[in-house]
Design a protein around this ligand. Sequence first.
Ligand SMILES: [Zn+2]
Ligand SMILES: [Zn+2]
Length: 442
Amino acid sequence: MKIRFWGTRGSIAAPGPATIRYGGNTSCVELRAADGTLIVIDCGTGAYGLGKELAQSGEPVIGNLLIGHTHWDHIQGFPFFDPLFIERSKWTVYAPGGGDRRLQAALAGQMAYEYSPINLDSLMAELSYLDLTEGVFEVGSIRVTTQYLNHPALTLGFRFEVDGATLIYACDHEPHSLHPLDAPAGAEPIHHEDRRHVKFLAGADLIIHDAQYTLADFPVKLGWGHTPLERAVDYAIRARTKRLIFTHHDPDRDDDAVDALTVAARERASTASYTPEIDAAAEGMIVELEGDKEVHRGSPGSDSSALLSVSGRGPATVLIVDDDPDMVILLETTLRADGIRVITAADGETALKQVREKRPSLVLLDMQLPDVDGMKVCKTLRDETDPGVRDIPILILTGLKLTEADIVDAFVAGATDYLTKPIKPTTVRSRVRGWLLRTAAP
Ligand SMILES: [Zn+2]
Ligand SMILES: [Zn+2]
């Protein structure tokens, strides 16, 4: 497969003399399989240049657009993507669905009268929209596996398998936990979701990964939904990938700063027992992946379809267990805005009663509760014999100062996921939505 970078910048386009080598356009990558199947990954401002090239002949263009999430830096090129203005062009647009708005509405929103001279209905190409969740689907000869990333919007990472090679695209993503903090390069993450992420990346020939920040930029950037470069390197080492290309460069980083990051990343990787090749993504960069092995048909995760069907299921119920009334109001408002039915409990005993009686789809559980604390509630539920109670996903929320032991203990007690306060409503919303979609899969 052939890969070409058209946009490598995160957040906002940053063109100019200081970013000339790595590029100023936002996320867009072109992927071509040997049989000609075309996938455009993300549609940031970089898609403008790609569109010009694809539309050069004036002939209709058939392609697929995969959008990891609909933040502006991943969709702003859409209204300026020339193949959409050619009659008989056919495009299938894929993006995570099941949130508050369907994909088509999100794209139409940025093309509304107030923001754009062209609206979605005036595009001449034949367009179809498909909402995605976690799972697998095929685009021509390309097998695509999706997995949720950790970002303050419902976001999917993609694993592409074709022509005997594997490519990962994971933007935008923040580690679920930065722990272990001072461990050597390539150390195993302690948060279950971070381990799951590494599994998703495993054995790829190339990983294109978000690395907008560095560990030094955290904690100021904690919760912004991006990976510190050191962790992108660690994941690449653990996943035994051949090559890491880090991308979604911070708009504040000029070319020299990206050079310095590349040097630092290679140094970090050189201290590990396995050293992947590492480069920074640059606009115009072309990579050809040669297939030298069987396609990884046994890719990680379930084999269920990633194509989201509109189910007749009613709204999901989430139980919020917290003794802090302000926190309950914040969480309740956040989840209700996403059409979720909310029930609450202020102590452990009530929480156990609520779970047994109401069978919520998910429990948001505070650790510090009067009498029966969160850890005990978690353990009690996991010891139940009724699978309808025992297997309910439990998302731990804690205001405690985060230590490695806290997270390890919570997972030992049976927690499904672990979030640390202060919690951004956008993060909680996408995390809860992700879990509801995951557990609703057949
Ligand atoms: Zn982004
Ligand atoms: Zn984003």
